[in-house]
Design a protein around this ligand. Structure first.
Ligand code: GLN
Length: 185
């Protein structure tokens, strides 16, 4: 059973992708939703500052952080990546801080705020990558695995059972990255 954080952002797209693969899922919108057991968690794209605020205001923070630190697999896209990273150069948006990495928000500036490319993802091959006002990883601890580098910037990382990407696989038809995550134990 996959839990999808559904307080803001593109959670519907993640749900459609899970449905297409026949995966059971439910939404986390309020603290009561966390009474349901789940095997893995998805943190969607959106606006990390808004999501971080809502996670705390809705009383979701402690249980979600505890699930992540206990090893529950988590897949985070774009804003979700920011929620997981330890630092964003003093910028707001970090929340769980469970990946020892520095992330730069809106890293591509206004001109290149949104773009599409195809690039290598470790263990999968060339995949489509949709970037929307995306972050990238500026630096990471040695034990953070670099999964993708796009135009010289780190755009995909894995730290134990935490998988975080700068881009939006949920907006593309290619489900290989989601299937890769669903294999996490
Ligand atoms: N720019 C957003 C942020 O800083 C992330 C954008 C996205 O999730 N597409 O949170």
């Amino acid at each position: 059973m996959t839990a999808v954080l559904a307080v803001q952002g593109d959670f519907l797209e993640h749900e459609k992708a899970l449905d297409a693969l026949g995966e059971d899922r439910f939404e986390i919108r309020c603290a009561n939703d966390l009474d349901r057991p789940f095997d893995r968690l998805i943190l969607p794209g959106g606006e990390s500052t808004v999501q971080a605020k809502l996670i705390k205001e809705l009383g979701l923070f402690c249980k979600l952080r505890d699930a992540i630190t206990a090893g529950t697999p988590v897949y985070a896209t774009c804003a979700g990546m920011i929620l997981l990273c330890a630092e964003a150069g003093g910028d707001e948006g970090c929340c769980f801080r469970t990946i020892p990495a520095n992330v730069k928000r809106n890293a591509y500036g206004r001109q290149l705020g949104s773009f599409y490319t195809e690039s290598e993802f470790k263990g999968i091959g060339i995949i489509p990558m949709e970037f929307i006002r995306a972050p990238y990883i500026e630096s990471a601890a040695d034990d953070v695995e670099i999964m993708s580098v796009t135009d010289g910037h780190i755009t995909g990382i894995r730290y134990g059972n935490q998988l975080a990407v700068s881009f939006h696989p949920e907006l593309c038809d290619d489900t290989r990255l989601l299937r890769y995550f669903l294999d996490f134990k």
